[in-house]
Design a protein around this ligand. Structure first.
Ligand code: HEC
Length: 104
């Protein structure tokens, strides 16, 4: 009995250990937002008047529009959004945009 239980635990532990953890973390919108956006837009998307960054929570922009604002930016915007934000892939921008849409 004890031996079978030990075997079962070992099998579960081994399969858990082989999950692709770095992949999950790279597309974690909340973590990416925290490291790339929160400095200007606030931890909860409340915005920071001191750096003229608008609130993002409850934004009327769609997920696609937010993702585009991150990856491409607009010439009419202010820094850092005149251009795309460096080091953020389209997949990551999408994850961040989806996270922003959950902020209230
Ligand atoms: C260095 C400060 C700074 C950082 C970092 C920053 N932003 Fe901004 N953001 C601004 C400023 C300033 C504006 C206002 C000018 C503009 O619209 O581009 C803005 C505007 C925006 C807007 C448009 C909001 C609206 O209602 O028009 C979105 C969406 C946005 N930021 C998303 C992000 C996301 C997502 C990140 C992280 C990947 C990010 N920003 C990082 C400063 C920043």
């Amino acid at each position: 009995m004890k031996c079978k239980l030990f075997l079962a635990i070992t099998v579960v532990a081994t399969s858990l250990g082989s999950l692709p953890k770095p992949l999950v973390a790279a597309d974690d919108g909340a973590a990416l937002y925290k490291s790339k956006c929160a400095g200007c837009h606030g931890a909860k998307g409340e915005g920071k008047p001191a750096v003229k960054a608008p609130a993002l929570k409850g934004t009327a922009l769609t997920t696609d529009q937010i993702a585009e604002h991150i990856t491409k930016g607009e010439a009419s915007s202010k820094a850092p959004h005149k251009k795309g934000i460096a080091g953020v892939s389209a997949t990551q921008a999408n994850a961040i945009a989806e996270f922003i849409k959950t902020l209230k």
